[in-house]
Ligand binder design. Structure first.
Ligand code: SAM
Length: 237
């Protein structure tokens, strides 16, 4: 059942009073999917993404991180890993000028990505044996100025398994970054709390001049996701 009411959670936006959408299952209980749908329906970022024509609310995380740290510049070559449905690629294409034919944005995902202006797409698993060669071949000059990874696997609910998967994806992204980045290049990756601990941070500090963690406001507070931003790539070994 869907009910629309002016409950205590009503948001104020653009001067007009917004209604909070409340969902309940038939027995009045909230299942995980009901909670997800209710959150989506009441999320200002979801609404704003729709208004601006962005493919995902995740677009705002990249906007925020780049506004603060300025790692996307006109003419850059950007590799976007785990890019579907394409929100980050849209922002990267705007900021490097790929929409006007400057720089390049190469979007990679297991899932298909509908065509986007200024974005080239490769559908593949980054852990596949041929992934590095296919990506190098897709990048202009075989190199990138920035490698972004928002990759995530669906959670299994089994903590140890989920943690291993997260670490494996970050490592795969970092392997690719170390392979294709130009000296001075930037690596930004979703790591989840605890994901960029110990060995990964040591490895990042060896390869990059500066390593920091970032949690954009658009990232839900209750989500364990954080991003690691590494700048000043020291060059391939
Ligand atoms: N940044 C995207 C945006 O703004 O639209 C959202 C990315 S979504 C949170 C995570 C993506 O990682 C999913 O589309 C998933 O298919 C992709 N992914 C997970 N494992 C992958 C892998 N091994 N190779 C390529 N993509 C992968």
């Amino acid at each position: 059942m869907v009910s629309r009411g002016k409950g205590g959670g009503a948001e104020q936006g653009g001067g007009s009073r917004k209604l909070t959408v409340k969902l309940r299952t038939a027995k009045g209980r909230k299942t995980a999917s009901t909670r997800w749908l209710q959150r989506q329906l009441n999320d200002p970022y979801v609404e704003e993404a729709k208004r601006r024509g962005y493919r995902s609310r995740a677009a705002f995380k990249l906007i925020e991180m780049d506004d603060k740290h300025r790692f996307l510049r006109p003419g850059m070559i950007v590799l976007d890993l785990g890019a579907a449905p394409g929100g980050w690629s849209q922002i990267a294409a705007e900021r490097v000028g790929a929409v006007e034919g400057r720089g390049q944005v190469l979007a990679v995902d297991l899932a298909a990505i509908e065509p986007l202006p200024g974005v080239e797409v490769l559908t593949l698993d980054v852990s596949a044996e041929n992934a590095a060669a296919a990506i190098r071949a897709g990048l202009k000059g075989g190199h990138a100025d920035a490698v972004l990874s928002d990759m995530a696997s669906p959670a299994t609910g089994h903590r140890a398994t989920d943690h291993l998967r997260v670490v494996a994806l970050v490592e795969a992204a970092l392997d690719l970054a170390e392979d294709v980045l130009k000296p001075g290049g930037t690596f930004l990756a979703k790591v989840f709390q605890g994901g960029a601990g110990g060995e990964l941070v040591t490895r990042l500090k060896r390869s990059f001049a500066k390593v920091s963690h970032v949690k954009p406001k658009a990232s839900r507070k209750e989500s364990p996701e954080v991003y690691v931003l590494a700048t000043g790539f020291r060059g391939a070994k």
